[in-house]
Design a protein around this ligand. Structure first.
Ligand SMILES: Nc1ncnc2c1ncn2[C@@H]1O[C@H](COP(=O)(O)OP(=O)(O)OP(=O)(O)O)[C@@H](O)[C@H]1O
Length: 695
């Protein structure tokens, strides 16, 4: 990502603190300070208008005015965003407090995601809400497996009419929880084809909830659900509310109803509650985020929240902002904001028409190298796309030309078998009642099959002391030796946890199994070294397991390792993972109908509006150079049996003629004819299609 242009950096030590804020930003930062307490505040900020900077400055200002960093709850969208925010606040505080840069800035122990903070609070209050304090958290894949087991056990998998698959069942369940709607409403609105299965789904979800309870496990959604139920208890709510003097929330446009309810319970009058967001950047409705949360925020309090609107964009040049504004101006329902920039430039954004995705990959690689020659490092350039698979041809081209890149979004480091195996051992030691972890780990032993695993897990379930049951278990004779080694390891991990050496002990135990089970063991071992390195950044085992499950490196947008300082690599990212970032130069791939909007998301006008906002988010990441690419022919993976695996595309509906004219239109080495880009090859082989009719 781009190196932040941080006006708050200590190098500018001579500027008085907060002098670089504009009047509106300062208004938000100072809100309520003069009167010794603040009513609710909503900062509605356009893209690149210093929303994150303002929030960081407000936190610093609160600390300067005497607030205790341990009593500030700072909720961000990702763990990475929380880390960045804490660093920014630290930099401002250094200046404000006149500290030496070598002095460590204050830490904010309660800066994190809703899910991460929820997990910690639930542990703190576990004994008061009937929850085992050693609960472990299921990632999505494990939750799906557990749902699948219940689906099987209830005989739903064998029904004559096809019952939704485990992934769909979990998605429905998750939507019900996060949107706080009834199951029948969710089915009607979002999954009409499953409506006939209403009663069975209810039965399934009940069994799923019961199984989680038995095994002392929670899924992601439970972290919010349990938190909101806990906050509904008056005594706990009061206790929770007074733990935090200030609550500040970033990216509020992407919160869901459950999260809004949690905040209301924490700060019912809205006192000392600050939320910041941009309704034009709401891109998470598929996770039941509710853009109405931000639109309706002010009116839920009496007196209503103060609204501060930030309209000066500091990121992009005026021509980039003009085309981005033109794209979002066509949106239906939005909080009107007139974004402006004083960064003049004679360079217009480019709209590039290309023959196909291969030509697109070539053109982008050329352009990226050209920009590097002009002095823009690769890390300050990004290529963005709607769907992770859209970058495949470009990845090949970059590899061919030896251009290093890092991809954000869509990578699945933590879902690889060997990493899951090792984490499962830790999870099992943490919570011996967790069936999924136990099922997986026990079967790593030679001679230990699914039937023995089930027998073992049933024995553990039946005993009040799970470790005693583990010890007493009679393993199959072929596995007896390995079983006693594993047992000793688990007992030891349960009794004496030392971090991060716990993980190293597990890897040591696992290595011979890895070598027996996988031909490419050395490569996989390197991943395990990587995870041991990552582990060093966490205070203890429980924190590591919780946070890694909630916000895994690489599966969301973090990097799995810290690249060395002189590493230069191009950023490839899904638009979702590019949220909150900025780069000098941005290319957006496949700006054609079918890709943006994605043909999976054109069912309702709300979906189309969200796709429009996605394109807006992508375009507003650019500081100086922006290019939208429109390949005329692109590859589709799921195609009709008789298809040729390609479709012909029209430029995205979000760039109609009058918006397109604001761009510099580029048709590389092809003379345009009849409004279509010229091509050296026929675009459709009509003859072949006619002949094909008789095949
Ligand atoms: N008052 C200011 N003076 C100079 N630069 C500023 C000012 N406010 C913000 N910036 C710069 O503008 C850029 C965008 O700021 P920031 O990332 O805080 O915006 P944002 O509103 O969170 O963006 P988005 O919502 O689009 O992700 C950053 O490079 C930031 O340093």
């Amino acid at each position: 990502m781009d190196e932040p242009d941080t006006p708050e950096s200590p190098a500018r030590g001579t500027t008085p603190p907060f002098a670089d804020l504009n009047d509106r930003q300062r208004e938000a930062v100072e809100h309520g300070l003069a009167t010794g307490g603040a009513g609710p505040l909503l900062v509605i900020a356009g893209a690149g208008s210093g929303k994150t900077k303002t929030l960081a400055s407000r936190v610093a200002r609160l600390v300067q005015a005497g607030a205790d960093p341990n009593r500030i709850l700072l909720l961000t969208f990702s763990r990475r965003a929380a880390g960045e925010m804490a660093q920014r606040v630290g930099r401002v505080l250094h200046r404000v407090l006149g500290q030496a840069t070598t002095q460590a800035p204050p830490t904010f122990p309660w800066a994190g995601t809703f899910h991460g903070v929820g997990a910690r609070l639930l542990r703190d209050y576990a004994d008061r809400i009937g929850l085992a304090p050693n609960f472990t958290i299921l990632d999505r894949a494990d939750a799906e497996d557990l749902m699948g087991m219940q689906r099987q056990a209830l005989g739903l998998a064998d029904k004559v009419e096809r019952f939704p698959l485990k992934g769909s069942c979990l998605a429905i369940y998750s939507r019900v929880v996060n949107s706080q709607q009834r199951l029948d409403q969710v089915l009607q609105q979002s999954y009409p084809w499953c409506f006939g299965a209403l009663l069975e789904l209810k039965q399934l979800f009940k069994a799923y909830a019961e199984a989680k309870h038995q095994q002392h496990v929670l899924d992601y959604d439970d972290l919010l659900l349990f938190w909101s139920h806990m906050a509904a208890d008056a005594a706990i709510a009061a206790d929770l509310g007074q733990r935090f003097d200030h609550v500040l929330v970033d990216e509020y446009q992407d919160t869901n109803k459950l999260q809004a309810a949690i905040l209301r319970a924490l700060k019912p009058t809205g006192r000392n509650l600050t939320v910041v967001g941009d309704d034009a950047q709401a891109i998470y409705s598929f996770r039941a985020a509710e853009v109405r949360n931000i639109l309706d925020f002010p009116a839920q309090f009496d007196p209503p929240a103060r609204i501060v609107t930030l309209e000066q964009n500091y990121r992009s040049t005026q021509p980039i902002l003009a085309v981005s504004n033109a794209v979002i101006a066509l949106a239906k329902d939005r909080h009107a904001k007139d974004l402006w920039s004083d960064k003049a430039s004679s360079e217009r954004p480019r709209l590039v028409a290309l023959k196909d995705e291969a030509a697109q990959a070539n053109w982008v690689a050329d352009d990226v190298l050209r920009k590097r020659e002009e002095g823009i490092k690769l890390t300050r350039q990004a290529v963005l796309f709607r769907t992770a698979s859209h970058s495949a041809p470009l990845e090949l081209e970059l590899t061919r030309r030896n251009i290093p890149f890092k991809k954000f979004g869509g990578l699945k480091f933590l879902e690889s078998t060997h990493v899951k195996d090792v984490l499962s051992v830790l999870r099992w030691a943490q919570n011996p009642r967790g069936r999924l972890a136990g099922f997986r780990v026990s079967q790593l032993l030679p001679g230990f099959g699914p039937a023995s695993a089930r027998r073992l897990l049933d024995a553990i379930e039946a005993q009040p002391d799970p470790l005693a049951a583990l010890k007493a278990f009679k393993a199959p004779p072929a596995a007896a030796g390995e079983w006693s080694t594993l047992c000793a390891l688990l007992m030891d991990l349960a009794a004496n946890s030392e971090w991060p050496s716990d993980l190293e002990r597990v890897v040591e135990w696992y290595q011979p199994h890895l070598e027996r089970l996988h031909d490419d063991a050395p490569v996989r071992l390197a991943d395990l070294d990587q995870i041991c390195r990552i582990a060093q950044g966490y205070g203890n085992r429980e924190r590591f397991l919780t946070e890694l499950t909630l916000d895994p490196p690489n599966a969301s947008s973090d990097e799995s390792g810290v690249p060395s300082l002189d590493d230069d690599y191009l950023i490839l990212s899904t638009i979702h993972s590019a949220k909150g970032q900025e780069w000098q130069s941005v290319h957006v791939l496949n700006v054609v109908d079918g890709c943006i909007p994605s043909d999976m998301s054109t069912g309702t006008s709300e979906q189309i509006e969200e796709e429009r906002r996605l394109l807006y988010v992508a375009m507003t990441r650019a500081k100086q150079h922006l290019a939208l690419l429109t390949p005329q022919r692109y590859y589709i993976r799921q195609q009709h049996r008789t298809g040729d695996a390609h479709v012909y595309a029209t430029p995205s509906r979000f760039i109609p003629g009058r918006v397109a004219r604001m761009f510099e239109q580029v048709v590389p080495a092809m003379a345009a004819s009849h409004g279509l880009p010229a091509s050296t090859e026929p675009q459709i082989d009509v003859g072949a299609k006619v002949r094909g009719m008789w095949d």
